[in-house]
Design a protein around this ligand. Sequence first.
Ligand code: HPA
Length: 234
Amino acid sequence: MTVHIGAKPGDIAETVLMPGDPYRAKWAAETFLKDAVCVNQVRGMLGFTGTWNGRKVTIQGSGMGMPSLSIYANELIRDYGAQTLIRIGSCGGMQDDVAVRDVILAMTASTVSTPSRGIFRELSFAPCADYGLLAAAATAAKDLGVRTHVGGIYSSDVFYDERPDLAAEMERHGVLGVEMEAAELYILAARYKRRALAVLTVSDHLKTHEALPSEDRERSFGDMVEIALRAAFA
Ligand code: HPA
């Protein structure tokens, strides 16, 4: 048990998928894992462990934003020995050729700040995905026929953004989408020599204001979970 995770030692797999939403963790575990059991209920941040194709997998909610993700990722890595951490979440599309329902594999995650900002001081550290996971996810997405983009994303501290100029600069520099967690996950993975990737479904678009209809959400999020699982065990 840790401060925020009630699981017993051994209840957490080396491979952990991390959706922001704890109810999405429940849905993904019930949909994709065999013999899934709930291993965490502390603060309602549900976590489940089961098997996928005979491999042990945990799906643990991270909450929204980097401070919340940092708590769960730190405890999963430092106390439970998680080796592979894959964020599965939604993002806002930022480029014209990125459409709602597309999947983005986040090669890098630019930020203004993360909970690790204080460590780096004047250094502009470049958080990046594990290359092996990224390449395997790209292959899985292709095999599944999912429209996928690989490139940089932006991990923001705010959903209600008051800096349209910053979003414009991101767009001008080819950033594919915006979410709120990946950069800190990548930094923690770098610090502790673990593997990390963010597989993101475009749920809305900053320019077109299109949004994924609720009836399409399950199908689209399912593609993302399948890509993450295949990548983890490629
Ligand atoms: N901003 C930040 N995070 C997000 C968004 C967004 O527009 N869409 C989905 N996650």
